[in-house]
Design a protein around this ligand. Structure first.
Ligand code: TMP
Length: 234
């Protein structure tokens, strides 16, 4: 398998073609942004840590019957994945109130929810990923009704699997974002699953061990990523 041209560079990753049109290489950078890239920085070794954590979590999901784009980890910063046609919707699942939900609804972070909440946002950097409804997604043709149903069911299933996995590692999965894409007509979980895309709080102390340490200037950012890596990969 030969590494080809970089064909996309995002805020945290670079995508490279390979000599197999079905497969691409996902390279994880240390760059971090927040608030739609108004805040920029680097988190030392974040790329290495997120690559490893994503590998473990994608393997776990596959084992539990959730299709993911993961094929294999190639090295410290790169994984081989299926080439997906990404559905332009970020799917967020919440177990506790935090972040934008706390802000938008005037609720305290950590407020429990009677059941998990699912939100969709339109993947658009210029627009700041605005929240959209199912109606928007269907009317604009971003996904079919069958695809959307499958996406929502998979998102809740991923939540159950990850919640239990993190719980056993003394971490509360507060919320997370995942993306889906199509490959040869089949839906897969894509992108990455890591402390950039999940909120993880230490059980008991509720210490934040995720990207909120960077977003909110809480310090010990690298330590938090390394600690999650130890618990997930160790
Ligand atoms: P939010 O509370 O800011 O809407 O974030 C919800 C979850 O989504 C949280 O776990 C962080 C994750 N997230 C991303 O992965 N990418 C983003 O651009 C944003 C804003 C949040």
């Amino acid at each position: 398998m030969k590494k080809g041209e970089a064909f996309y560079e995002g805020k945290a990753k670079i995508l490279y073609a390979t000599d197999n049109p079905d497969l691409i290489i996902q390279h994880f950078k240390d760059d971090a942004t927040a608030f739609n890239a108004q805040k920029r920085g680097t988190i030392r070794e974040k790329g290495i840590v997120n690559n490893k954590i994503s590998e473990v979590l994608f393997r776990l999901l596959e084992k539990e019957g959730v299709p993911t784009h993961f094929v294999e980890r190639l090295n410290d910063r790169e994984m081989l994945v299926r080439r997906l046609k990404i559905i332009p919707v970020e799917v967020i699942v919440r177990n506790l109130v935090a972040g934008s939900m706390a802000q938008r609804l005037g609720l305290e972070e950590g407020t429990p929810l009677a059941r998990p909440v699912l939100e969709h946002c339109y993947k658009s950097d210029p627009l700041g990923d605005p929240m959209v409804t199912e109606s928007h997604i269907l009317a604009l043709g971003w996904a079919s009704e069958a695809e959307l149903q499958q996406i929502q069911a998979l998102a809740f299933r991923v939540n159950e699997i990850l919640k239990e996995f993190f719980d056993r590692r003394n971490l509360i999965l507060v919320d997370f974002k995942i993306e889906f894409g199509l490959h040869r007509g089949k839906l897969y979980v894509g992108d990455e699953i890591c402390p950039d895309t999940c909120r993880l709080w230490e059980k008991g102390s509720l210490e934040k061990l995720d990207k909120d340490r960077f977003r909110r200037d809480l310090g010990k950012v690298e330590d938090a990523y390394q600690e999650v890596c130890r618990r997930v990969c160790g």
